[in-house]
Design a protein around this ligand. Sequence first.
Ligand SMILES: Nc1nc2c(ncn2[C@@H]2O[C@H](COP(=O)(O)OP(=O)(O)OP(=O)(O)O)[C@@H](O)[C@H]2O)c(=O)[nH]1
Ligand SMILES: [Mg+2]
Length: 610
Amino acid sequence: MKYRNDIRNIAIIAHVDHGKTTLVDAMLKQSKVFRDNQVVGELIMDSNVLEREKGITIMAKNTAVLYKGVKINIIDTPGHADFSGEVERVINMADGCLLLVDSIEGPMPQTKFVLRQAMAKGLKSIVVINKIDRDNSRIAEVIRLTQDLFLELATSADQLDFQLLYASAREGIAVTELGMKGKDIFPLLDCILEKVPPPQIKSGPFQMLVSNLDYDSHKGRIAVGRIWRGKIAPHDSVAILSSDGSVTHFEIGEVFTYLGLKRLKAEAAEAGDIVAVTGLEKASIGDTIASSDLLEALPRIEIGEPTIEMDFGVNSSPFSGREGRFCTTRQLRARLYRELETNLSLRVQDTDSPDTFLVKGRGELHLAILIETMRREGYEFEVSRPEAITKIVNGNLVEPMEALTIDTKGEYVGVLTEMLSKRQAQLTDMRNDGHDNIRLEFHIPTKGLIGFRSAFLTATRGDSIMNTIFLGYEPWRGEIVTTRGSVLVASEQGIAVTYGLSNAQERGDTFIEPGTPVYEGMIVGMHARLQDIPVNVCKEKKRTNIRSSTSDIAVKLTPPVIFSLEQAIDFINNDELVEVTPENIRLRKKLLIYTQRLRNIASLRRSIKA
Ligand SMILES: Nc1nc2c(ncn2[C@@H]2O[C@H](COP(=O)(O)OP(=O)(O)OP(=O)(O)O)[C@@H](O)[C@H]2O)c(=O)[nH]1
Ligand SMILES: [Mg+2]
């Protein structure tokens, strides 16, 4: 067997926020892929607008650095469980992984998930204990917990043998022994050269698995992947072997390799390298591109199943078509199906209604990011409350279960356990680090997590962190009685005014400012009681000639509660929708007319009695 000593391929994997992208910054900056005076900033690989806004990685991406004459192809991956599909999509390109573990948090649920993925693919692991600069780091304990994790997951003895390094990605240093004074990231790069096996040279007809797609307005579709066998050069004749078994012949346009943030045009590329090629308009992720001489497909990428679903519909509110550029069924449908090309863990289905599509994803954030992306592109549509996806297995109804990890303070434990027990959660572990930092672990049905995040943040005053990870399917545990209060619903179309809103504020909290256009059936506030209340927020004060007192003139309104998109999705009930447009996020009842809603409730009651 021959190996390419001039290349290493590594994936950087970890739980969310453990510092993957920051570590890539350090590698890129110190290996001098930028010009000396180039301003590059931080979290360089988080190039997507939403990634920058949210400070999290959403899509896995490729880059590369040159170190001691070796090109290290680096794949940065997201750590949030909702984007696990991205890890599954790209991990097959690597021979080794850097598993980052935060020096305080230690291994978290997603650490386990990604390490299991890496082991299943036979990747060589390098463990990097990151954020060693943090004051209250507990490195010895974190190492012990990491070793436990390897013991739990390893299926062979050699998987237990991992290299350990310590780093502060933010300071750009890595050391091999604790207590050593670090000055750069090079010990980590040396470790990669030494420990990660170089890719094999497999000679023979060309073969590559497409792991990513990109677009360029001039070059068209760009297929990215690792070459498994053979060589590729511009104008080579290849075929795309698709999932449906079809074979389409193409001529390769250009071939690129990675360096830093650039794609470099290459005369040719060989097995073991990660390349981007053009000319393949029909390629999809998971397809094999093979030399026309030997049409042999590689195993397709395995992607975990979605756990939650929601309806995406054409905007049916009285304001539809006012704010979006793309509002029709045809446009919405085309956009959703196009998303499937790159968003591998997403599923889209037509429904009985031509205006509604069922969209399935790996979590609320996964779907919320899609909604936000579409709204910024100019789409206008409505979405329903997310639901956990249930299945029938051997004649029994089963539902997805998740492990929920909460890091909090002692004072919140009571309220959290009470909230969660109403959501059918079971406490499985509780640990106190002796400084009142408490980690709670629960098993909870996915349906119990819907709507939980905002309640959690309110209850803990933003002071706690929660993480979830999919465990598997278990028998259905019955409905959860929702604990959300009811809403204030606009009773008339018009413009909300201070007087009308101040009347509404006597009933509850309001969601809109004076001057906001509203329609009948739009949700304008919430209150604690059981039944929804219609309110006329457009109602003006009756004018009289004499002002009774000055306090009449300036009514003081409490500032409205403004929901983000994720909070809005989290908030709505089954009989409600979120209307999404490039300019606004509105909440509404499905049935807009009050009398229709009353009739609906009456008929529901009758059907329950019967
Ligand atoms: N103190 C300290 N903070 C760090 C270090 N490395 C990263 N951080 C911070 O941790 C936060 C998360 O860093 P990221 O690099 O975005 O983490 P990530 O693993 O890429 O996160 P996701 O891609 O969203 O999973 C940022 O605020 C970083 O500045 C470190 O070594 N020390
Ligand atoms: Mg990141």
